[in-house]
Design a protein around this ligand. Sequence first.
Ligand code: ZN
Length: 427
Amino acid sequence: MQTWPLPQIPQLPGRGDTVHVRDTSSGRLVPAATGPRATLYVCGITPYDSTHMGHAATYVAFDLLGRAWRDAGLDVRYASNVTDVDDPLLERATATGVDWRDLAQDQTTLFADDMTSLRVVPPDVYLGAVETVPDVVGAVEKMLAAGAAYRVPLEPGAGGADPTTGDVYADLSVDSAFGQVAGLELDHMLVLFGERGGDPDRAGKRDPLDPLLWRRERPGEPAWDGGSLGTGRPGWHVECAVIARDGLGLPFDVQGGGVDLQFPHHEMSTSHARVLSDGAGGAGVHVHAGMVGLDGEKMSKSRGNLVLVSALRAAGVDPMAIRLTLLGHHYATDWEWTEPDLAAGVQRLDRWRRAVATDAGPEATGTLAAVRAALADDLDAPRALVAVDDWADAALGGSPASGRHGTVDGAPALVRSAVDALLGVRL
Ligand code: ZN
C-alpha cells in the first residue's frame, strides 16, 4: 500500500519530556513507551467514507504522539492498515453500483491526499487487507492447529468449489485474558458485538462472541486462495493482529483508534495477538480518541452527516486551519464540529502567522517548554495551543506585558519550528 509523502519536521533545541497517555484499559496515566524504541499501531480506514472529521481527529491525535516521541529522542515505528475488503465496503459498492476495487482505491487515494494536506506523518508499515491475505491465512492455520480456532459449517450455496470446508472462528475460551482491553460485562459485550459488525447469532459457533477469522467464499463476493482454509477472505480483527505482529513485533507499545474500536475490534485483535505470540500479547497501552459529532449526532456515514476534509479543502479552507480546529479539542473527549469552531481555527492560524512574520519577538524558550509539557501530559493539545496563543498575543502587542523592549532575535523562528515539529502546523 502506497503511503503519502513525509512532511519535513524541523529539529528543535533540547529534548521533549517522557510522553504519558491515558490507558483506556486501566484508566491510568502511563508512559506511552518505555524503551528507546516506540511502537504504535493505529487502525486504518475502511475506504468508503474517508476522510471525515472523526477520522481526521484520530489520525492527528496519534500524529501528535509520534511527533512528541521523536522530539523526546525515541526511535518511532508506526504501523497502520487499510481494510480494503470488508462487509461495509462491499455493501457500499453494491449500493452505489461501483466496483468495490474502484471504491477502495479512490477512497484510499483521497485519504492519502487528506493526510498529506493535514501534514500527518505517514506510517512506516502500511498494508492493505488484500495484500496481507497470505499472512492472515498462515496465522489462521496456526490458530486452528493450536486449537484456538474452529470451523463452522456453511449454508447451502457458500464455499464455491469446496463447500465442505467451513468458515473459521476464534475460540475465545482458550484466551484467559480476553476482556481486559475494554473491561466490559458480558451483556454489554454481546450488544456491542452485534452492533459493530459481529455475528452473535451465527449458528454453529461455540460462543456467541467468537469472532470470524476467515470467511469462506460466498456468491458475488471476492475471494482469495486460502490454502487449507479454502477460498475466502480475512476477518477484520485478525488483519490488524497480523499486521502489528509482522510490522512491529509483539508485544508493542500503543494501539490507537477511535473509542468505537475499543470493543470489539481492539479486544479481539489483542486476543488474536496474544494467541499468535504464545501469550506475549498485543499493545501494552490502549489509547482511544473520542467521537466527533455534528448537530448532536455522532458523525457517521450511516447517518449521512459527514464533514469531509476533502470538501473543506475544495471550498478553499486552509488544511492547517482544519488541523488547528481539531487540535483545539482534547483527543479523548467527544466534541461537536461547528462552523464557528472552524472560523476560530482560521482566525488562530492567521494570528499565529502574523505573529511569526518578524525576525525578532518575545522570548520563546518558555513557549517551547510549555508546548512540550502539554503534549507529554496525555497529548494535551488545547493547552499547547494556549501557550502559543499567549506568545502570539505578546508578539502582536495584544498583551499588557508586551513591549518593544525584551524582544529576542530568532524567537519567532523558534515558535514557527516548534509549532511545525510538535503540532504539525506549518505557519
Ligand atoms: Zn485495527
